[in-house]
Write a protein that binds this ligand. Structure first.
Ligand code: AMP
Ligand code: TRP
Length: 333
């Protein structure tokens, strides 16, 4: 039996992934590779919806790819590719833009959030149409599942709406995909501000990066914000800092929260933080080392991405050809 397809994407917008990306998304992506025919796309076209330094964008695209491979994306099983290497993404996005309403696009909350600070007038049109390009990323691969974080739910809803609309207007063309949303307990919080989610735009001291050296990782855990009552128990409301440390510890070692509370209750925060820092280094160091090895051979890494793009192009071109035919374009010779 052939496996169902799966697609997800990530922006190459930083030099390092952080623990939230790793535990909240990547571990899950790696675990889905056996049950699905997976396509993982590094979305450089999306990255330029906000200004990027060209040299940095190029470096971050390779760094993102290297970290995904190092953290468990198996490029024999899954296609790992760069969005701009598959022209059909931009081509299908145009067709989908032409069946999307202005009002419909205007209701996307990510655009509203991202333009809140500086106003709509300084945003690019590309940022406005960002979710439609995302819909194209997805629909080209006819995936059954799209693993994403909760924040992407609205974009997947739009994707489904566009697929249903296209199918009913032009005849069955797209599989209508399902969002595979990670559970809330997969959410990792900032170590300095444990009620905010860990994010590259947060406090650098509260952000643990995959590419951080060991001493930096240990230091960040040791200075994590807790509270003053000294009690070790899981209570997200009353004790967000300690609870975040416990769920990080659990996520990184596979041990249950109860088991950890049993061991550390009464021991003070110092021991918990020290052992957690050690567990984090044990989990992260091999990923960083492997990523650095991959980055040291850019030609080999580019060859892996070229192979992924070839596999992606084959599927994407077939879908695009069908779409072009359905909307009434004459076939190019
Ligand atoms: P981003 O870096 O926001 O583009 O996110 C890339 C992926 O990592 C998405 O699937 C997010 O849902 C996930 N992610 C980002 N931050 C966190 C976090 N603090 N906890 C859990 N998952 C996260
Ligand atoms: N918008 C997604 C994010 O910010 C990234 C993304 C682009 C994506 N295209 C996609 C995610 C297609 C899933 C499927 O995280």
């Amino acid at each position: 039996m052939t496996k169902p397809n799966l697609l997800s994407g990530m922006q190459p917008s930083a030099g390092s992934l952080h623990l939230g990306n790793y535990l909240g998304a990547l571990v899950n992506w790696a675990s889905m590779q056996d049950a699905y025919n997976a396509f993982y796309c590094i979305v450089d076209l999306h990255a330029i919806t906000v200004p990027q330094d060209p040299a940095e964008l190029r470096a971050n695209t390779r760094r993102t790819a290297a970290q995904y491979i190092a953290a468990g994306i198996d490029t024999d099983k899954s296609a790992l590719f760069v969005q701009s290497h598959v022209p059909a993404h931009a081509q299908l996005a145009w067709v989908l833009q032409c069946i999307t309403g202005m009002g419909e696009a205007g209701r996307m909350t990510q655009f509203k959030d991202k333009t809140q600070k500086n106003g709509v007038d300084s945003a690019s049109v590309g940022l406005y149409t960002y979710p439609i390009l995302q819909a194209a990323d997805i629909l080209l691969y006819q995936p059954k599942a799209v693993p994403v974080g909760e924040d992407q739910r609205q974009h997947i809803e739009l994707t489904r709406d566009l697929a249903i609309r296209f199918n009913s207007r032009f005849g069955d063309t797209f599989v209508v995909p399902e969002a595979a949303i990670q559970k809330e307990n997969a959410k990792i919080y900032d170590l300095q501000n444990p009620t905010a989610k860990m994010s590259k735009s947060g406090d650098p001291k509260g952000l643990v990066n995959i590419m951080d050296d060991n001493a930096t990782i240990v230091k960040k855990f040791k200075s994590a914000v807790t509270d003053t009552d000294g009690e070790i128990r899981f209570d997200r409301e009353a004790k967000p800092g300690v609870s975040n440390l416990l769920s990080l510890f659990s996520a990184m070692t596979g041990r249950s929260i109860e088991d950890l509370v049993g061991q550390y209750a009464g021991g003070g925060y110092g021991a918990l933080k020290g052992d957690l820092a050690e567990a984090a280094v044990a989990a992260i160091e091999p990923i960083r080392t492997r990523a650095e090895e991959l980055l040291a051979d850019a030609a080999q890494l580019d060859a892996i991405l070229a192979d992924g793009a070839a596999r992606a192009n084959e599927v994407a071109e077939a879908t695009l050809a069908k779409v072009y035919d359905r909307v009434g374009f004459i076939a190019a010779r």
